[in-house]
Write a protein that binds this ligand. Structure first.
Ligand SMILES: *[C@@H]1O[C@H](CO)[C@@H](O)[C@H](O)[C@H]1NC(C)=O
Length: 224
């Protein structure tokens, strides 16, 4: 009991610290961000009543933050889904997801969806993804969800482009791995918003695929 309590506190501290790093690198350091940092350091009050949160998040985001939730695909059966500010942008129901990598670009200041696309990483042309990633400009948020196989057509150029958006795991992404990620062009450090599961026959939840991943959080609105 005690140990799990300590672990939970450590996990909370880790989350806070990574969030602070994200804010520090993502925003210019002005009075507004100092107030946000104070708010975070003071920690959120405990909610007792049930609140309907954007994207069904486990807790609401503060003002000046965008809510997001990303699910990777489950094996090759259920497609991924991506929600931003309570708006489902890509999902199986919307019939706009595909095998490989599904990517949404959002204006980091306004939260407006700029582009969305799906790239077949099993048999598609990786040059299309290189072009898409190269055209991402400063001030955009990038949401990524894998489905079925994100790895076969992966190459060093693409790995580097994702690493430059703040990804820690793009460099090892392989055949049928699960991956969810939110990054940005102007991050100076690694994004705290990323999860990765390797395709491993010993630990796979489904036959041939690891478990689906869920990533949710509050990302600071970019201010100038
Ligand atoms: C985001 O929207 C603002 C306001 O319309 C605009 O000034 C800015 O250039 C946009 N940024 C990107 C990266 O599209």
């Amino acid at each position: 009991m005690r140990v799990s309590g300590v672990l939970r506190v450590l996990a909370l501290i880790f989350t806070l610290v990574t969030t602070l790093i994200f804010i520090r690198t993502y925003m210019s350091f002005n009075m507004k961000s100092i107030r946000l940092l104070r708010w975070l350091a003071g920690s959120a009050p405990k909610e007792t009543r049930v609140v309907k949160t954007k994207c069904g998040l486990s807790k609401s985001c503060p003002a000046n933050f965008f809510a997001f939730k990303i699910y990777s695909g489950a094996a090759n059966v259920v497609g991924p889904s991506m929600c931003f500010e309570d708006h489902t942008i890509m999902s199986s129901v919307k019939n706009n997801v595909g095998r490989g990598l599904n990517i949404v670009l959002v204006n980091g200041t306004t939260g407006t969806v700029l582009r969305q696309s799906t790239f077949d990483m099993y048999s598609g042309d990786p040059k299309l993804l290189v072009k898409f990633l190269t055209e991402i400009s400063k001030g955009m948020l990038v949401l990524v969800a894998s489905y079925d196989d994100p790895g076969t057509k992966m190459n060093d150029e693409i790995r580097k482009l994702f690493s430059n958006l703040g990804s820690s795991y793009a460099k090892q992404l392989g055949f049928r791995d699960s991956w969810v990620f939110l990054g940005a062009k102007d991050l100076k450090d690694k994004s705290p918003f990323e999860q990765y599961l390797k395709n491993d026959p010993d630990t796979n939840k489904y036959e041939g695929w690891p478990e689906l991943l869920e990533l949710e959080g509050c990302v600071p609105q970019k201010m100038y």
